[in-house]
Each structure stands twice: as structure tokens, then as C-alpha cells.
Design a binder for this molecule. Structure first.
Ligand SMILES: [Zn+2]
Length: 480
């Protein structure tokens, strides 16, 4: 049986997005940003279970794409790079959004979102990415698109707004001290390219992977953690010699690897995904091909993971701006050239939103997150059946302490077992372990002595497992 599409699930379960937002806050996945001060738009705090889920997704990515591949190495570059980096990359001039402001209520919004939402509401599709301001102005005026906040039709002309956050190094806010918080992690890879090839034994084709925060001054509503001021990126630059490697083959290999990661490692249904190729206007002028792997979010198919063949544009730009030779010399032939690059770039926060939406399951009164056990914030929860029976608590505590050495484990001794199951289901804990009187007394025929009840999140079935076999049991179920 295939799971329903999230957009269908939305109808079925009524407002899936709202349910995820509410569950996130209730159980400690994601909290609204700076809430005690009235909140800060497009910012969020990742709570005690959210940080575990996010980290597990990152670890899964790092393990799959950096550690388990012989053609990949890792990097952790700075958030604040030399400001010339962003001139070279084109972000100072190019990471701009076309914005409009409502003259009546002063709401500022991205012109492309305003237009797309207008057509989406009418069940029509309209892609305006890459269109010049004058064209956006014309579309807004021709269609009399109103302000989504106050309903007025009174817009300023579309104008450009840079998304890079500016700050200053040192105490004097002069032009010379101006720096940017990085708008993407990828540029750090190009900046360190020479040091990587000089310090390691990597040979083309090879890739560099990086995980880390990036920052964009987004001022439109971000759909929960889909679009936020700061976000965690997982980017790869895969370098190759275009004369000896077939870029199409490498590109298709990455497509396959990305899709496999989402469906197999993250457990997302394949038919909740689609590929969308960028048109000529949308694609950067230097890119030969760009596609987005999109997920069917409750607010429509949206970009999850971009894949772009960027040619030798970035390295050439950094050579031009730095004056440093960033070419590669083939150790076998002595051929010297600037490598080409393919870039798979994804936001971890989007992956997390997708994983939660896809895992959300309602079964009668029961709500659970059907997460892959590897991704679950807690691999197991340990309960003493009754909190006021020291014998039960003592055994349960020992199991908990022992399992903690190998797994993330939750402890709960409040209320009845049903409520504890309910709480763990919402967090996505795959196994709940209960120490009961059979553990001590052995049950009717004595065979349950030294065993505990292990309850499966997805089926709700229970089985007795010997305490000394628990570690092995969980390991087999989680990392099989
Ligand atoms: Zn308005």
C-alpha cells in the first residue's frame, strides 16, 4: 500500500501543516523563534527532539556522501569569508529578490511569490523566476493582484533587494570593514580548493562536501522551516575534467544518488517526489543544466534539492578576483586546466520538514511519526510499569543506563502506559520497553522471568525480549 500524497493527506487529515507545526511545539521538535519576545519572523528553535532528528539527517548525509565514498572529502569553512568571495560569486550583485511594497499597509513581499500565489489560488501555474522587474510589474498590474494582508491594490514598483546579511569586522562601521554572513556554503569550497588539492591525495573526479549554516535576509512568509533566515545546508561540489569525464554520466549518477538518499535513507515515498528542469530564463547563464528534486509539500511541489552543472564558472571567477591560479594539474599527463563542477545542494531544514510530513500517520485515535528507526530522535523508550514500585524502577533504570551507551533512549515513568505510548508515538520512537511484574516473577509458567515487553511503534504489537538480548535486538532492528 502506498502512502497518500501529502497534498491528499492534507484533505484527508485536515491541515497537515498545522498539525506538524503544533506537534513540533508540543513535543519539542521545533519552537517559534524568540517566542518570549513576541517572536522573530522566519526563525525557529530546534528543541530537544528536533535537534536529534536534524542531526540524524545530517549524519546520514555525511555518512552517505562523504565517509562512504572514496571520491569525496569533507570541509568546514567559515561563515564569514573575505567579502571579495561574494563579489566573485556574483551574490553581491545577483542574490537579489525583486520586492514590492503595499503602499497602504507597508507589507513587503517578493514579487515572484505574490504572483505565483495569486495563480496557485486559481489553480493555474505561473513560473516567473528570472523575469525582469518590468515584466513582474506588468503581470501584477494586468492581473490586478491585491495585497494578501490588507486587500489593497496599490503597489510600489518592483525593486531589487539583496538577501546577503551585512555586518562589520572590528569596531568601525566603514565600507572597508564590511563583510557578509555566507549566503551559501558552496563558495567556501571554491575558496579552499587549492588548499584541498595541495594537502590531500585527491584526484579528479572528486567532490568536497560541506554541512553548515547559511544566512539569507528573507522577509516573506517562509512556510514553517521551509524558508528561514538561517538554515543548514548540505552542499557538494564535484570536480572533474570535462575532456575525460562525460558530464551527463556524472550528472545522472548524482541524480540517482540524491533520489536514493531521499527514498531509502530518509524513507520518503518515491511518488511524493518529482524532477523539474530549469528553463533557459531561470537557469544561471553559466549553467549547462539545472534540475530541482521537488517534494510534494502541503503548499505544493517545491524545491528540495538542486542539481546544477556549473561548468568552470566559479573557479574562474575566484581566479579572476583573487589573482591566484586555481587550475589543476593531472599527475599522469601533466595537463593543466580549470576543473568543471557539478553541484548537488540541499537544505537540511527542508529535508527535516519533508521527513516529518511524510512520516506523519493517523490511525484512528493514534498519531505517530513513522520515521526510519535510524532517524528517530530516540531509538527506544524505557518504562517501569509503575513508578511507585522500587523493584520495577531499579531494573528499568539499569536497562536505561545500559542502553544509553549505544543508543539515544528516553525515560518515562509518568501516568499510565497508554499515555506514555502516545507521547513516544508522536516523537516517532520505534520501540517502547516496559519492565512489569512478569520481569520479576516470570508470569504464569515462569518463562517471562528476566524479560521485558517491547512494543513496536508501527504495528502496536508487543513481544517479550530477554533483558540481556535487548542491545542486540535493537541494533538488529535499527541498523539492519
Ligand atoms: Zn496591504
Amino acid at each position: 500500500m502506498t502512502k497518500p500524497l501529502p497534498s491528499e493527506k492534507k484533505d484527508m487529515t485536515n491541515n497537515l501543516m498545522e498539525k506538524i507545526v503544533s506537534l513540533s511545539k508540543r513535543r519539542g521538535f521545533v519552537f517559534p523563534g524568540s517566542e518570549i519576545y513576541g517572536g522573530l519572523a522566519n526563525s525557529y528553535e530546534y528543541g530537544p527532539v528536533g535537534v536529534e532528528l536534524k542531526r540524524n539527517i545530517q549524519d546520514e548525509w555525511w555518512r552517505t556522501f562523504v565517509r562512504e565514498r572514496s571520491d569525496m572529502v569533507g570541509l568546514d569553512s567559515s561563515i564569514i569569508l573575505h567579502p571579495k568571495t561574494w563579489e566573485a560569486s556574483g551574490h553581491v550583485a545577483g542574490l537579489v529578490d525583486a520586492m514590492v511594497e503595499c503602499k497602504k499597509c507597508h507589507t513587503r513581499t517578493r514579487a515572484d511569490h505574490l504572483i505565483e500565489n495569486h495563480f496557485e489560488a486559481k489553480n493555474e501555474s505561473m513560473s516567473v523566476e528570472g523575469k525582469p522587474e518590468t515584466e513582474l510589474d506588468a503581470i501584477i498590474n494586468e492581473n490586478k493582484i491585491k495585497c494578501p494582508v490588507c486587500g489593497a491594490f496599490d503597489w510600489t514598483a518592483v525593486r531589487k533587494f539583496n538577501l546577503l546579511f551585512e555586518t562589520h569586522v572590528g569596531i568601525v562601521p566603514e565600507a572597508q570593514s564590511k563583510v557578509y554572513l555566507r549566503g551559501e556554503t558552496a563558495q567556501g569550497i571554491f575558496v579552499s580548493f587549492k588548499n584541498i588539492i595541495d594537502s590531500t591525495r585527491v584526484r579528479l573526479p572528486f567532490g568536497v562536501g560541506q554541512l553548515g549554516k547559511s544566512f539569507r535576509n528573507e522577509i516573506t512568509k517562509g512556510n514553517f522551516i521551509f524558508r528561514t533566515l538561517e538554515f543548514e545546508q548540505a552542499e557538494i561540489e564535484y570536480f572533474f575534467d570535462p575532456e575525460t569525464s562525460d558530464w551527463k554520466e556524472l550528472y545522472d549518477g548524482w541524480k540517482e544518488a540524491m533520489e536514493k538518499f531521499v527514498t531509502e535513507n530518509l524513507g520518503v515515498e518515491k511518488d511524493h517526489l518529482r524532477w523539474r528542469e530549469h528553463g533557459d530564463k531561470e537557469r544561471s547563464f553559466y549553467s549547462k543544466k539545472t534540475e530541482d528534486l521537488e517534494y510534494n509539500f502541503p503548499f505544493g511541489f517545491k524545491e528540495l534539492w538542486g542539481l546544477a552543472y556549473r561548468t568552470d564558472y566559479d573557479l574562474n571567477q575566484h581566479m579572476k578576483f583573487s589573482g591566484v591560479d586555481l587550475s589543476y594539474t593531472d599527475p599522469a599527463t601533466g595537463k593543466k586546466f580549470v576543473p568543471h563542477v557539478i553541484e548537488p545542494a540541499v537544505g537540511v531544514n527542508r529535508l527535516m520538514a519533508m521527513v516529518m510530513l511524510d512520516a506523519y500517520t493517523e490511525d484512528g485515535d493514534r498519531v505517530y511519526l513513522k520515521l526510519k528507526p535510524r532517524l528517530a530522535p530516540y531509538k527506544a523508550a524505557v518504562f517501569p510499569l509503575l513508578a511507585n514500585k522500587p523493584q520495577l524502577v531499579e531494573i528499568a533504570r539499569k536497562i536505561y543506563d545500559d542502553l544509553l551507551k549505544d543508543f539515544t533512549v528516553a525515560w518515562d515513568d509518568r501516568g499510565n502506559i497508554g499515555k506514555r505510548y502516545y507521547a513516544q508515538d508522536e516523537i516517532g520512537t520505534p520501540f517502547c520497553i516496559t519492565v512489569d511484574f512478569d520481569t520479576i516473577e516470570g508470569g504464569e509458567d515462569g518463562t517471562h522471568k528476566g524479560t521485558v515487553t517491547v512494543r513496536d511503534r508501527d504495528t502496536g504489537t508487543q513481544e517479550r525480549v530477554a533483558i540481556e538480548k535487548l542491545q542486540e535486538f535493537l541494533h538488529g532492528k535499527i541498523y539492519r
